[in-house]
Design a protein around this ligand. Structure first.
Ligand code: HPA
Length: 276
């Protein structure tokens, strides 16, 4: 069933978009406006794509947007699927498997995250160097389809060093402050307790968020090169003497969106210059 849906999703989308972009983007909470900047966009609601789930989280649209940024082709997910919405790991994996099958080679995942490392401040952009999965969940659990990827994928370089170098170079060229660190995935939907944040700090996490890791595991399995960027929307629980709200997460995303778009556009331009 899934294989059939994947084939149908790929032929449905490739008929609509023509040439397949090398780069795909997943736009996190409050960061979806970058997709509105794409030139000559082809918009495809998820509801029309065979096998795709629908996204329900606030701050997320629900469509695929394919177009160009300064002449460079990209395909963007405007709205993503979270486990806390009730989607299974399999449903979350589907759009990523779809990208591998479509023929994309690089996935840029972005998210809003809470800052654990005290050197971070809300509004910072952070390059993800690695992740921590403490949830006991993994989209690769179950029978392995060897045509999609190996049974035991190596996660030593889940976040491609070449792409990380390229993003650092882009940020330097554009004079954009870019931090680097480890992303810990919690399922949500509740924000963490201060004790949980203390635990994650001890484990080596710099930021915490409710997405990204399932997609990255699927992407690496499917042979995609991955770049991850977190937008620090708030300090994690217990770091400041104030509660955390989803409104601030989305509001900071909006405030950062100009800088964020500039960084991603610069990255894509440099990527195509180096990979064409
Ligand atoms: N915790 C988990 N997920 C988040 C946070 C947070 O503090 N901020 C944005 N996404």
């Amino acid at each position: 069933m899934e294989k059939c849906n994947l084939d149908n999703a790929c032929s449905y989308v490739s008929d609509k978009i023509g040439e397949i972009p090398k780069i795909a983007l997943i736009l996190g909470s409050g960061l979806g406006s970058l997709a509105d900047k794409l030139e000559q966009p082809v918009l495809i609601p998820y509801s029309q794509i065979p096998g795709f789930p629908l996204s329900t989280a606030p701050g997320h649209a629900s469509r695929l947007v394919c177009g160009s940024l300064n002449g460079n082709r990209v395909i963007a997910f405007q709205g993503r699927f979270h486990h806390y919405e009730g989607y299974s790991m399999e449903q979350i994996a589907f759009p990523i498997r779809f990208l591998s099958k479509l023929g994309c080679s690089t996935l840029v995942v972005t998210n809003a995250a809470g800052g654990i490392n005290r050197s971070l401040v809300p509004g910072d952009l952070m390059l993800i160097s690695d992740h921590i999965n403490i949830n006991g969940l993994n989209p690769l659990l179950g029978p392995n389809d060897d045509s999609e990827g190996t049974r035991f994928p190596d996660m030593t370089s889940a976040y491609s060093q070449d792409l990380r170098d390229l993003l650092v170079e882009t940020a330097e060229n554009l004079n954009i402050r870019l931090k680097e660190g480890v992303y810990a995935w919690t399922t949500g939907p509740s924000f963490e307790t201060p004790a949980e944040i203390q635990m994650l700090r001890i484990l080596g996490a710099d930021v915490v968020g409710m997405s990204t890791v399932p997609e990255v595991l699927t992407a690496v399995h499917g042979g995609l090169d991955v770049l991850g960027i977190s937008c620090i929307s708030n300090m994690a629980a217990g770091i400041l003497d104030q509660p955390i709200t989803s409104e601030e997460v989305i509001e900071i995303g909006r405030q950062v969106s100009g800088r964020f778009s500039e960084l991603i556009s610069g990255f894509i331009a440099l990527y195509y210059r180096r990979n064409s």
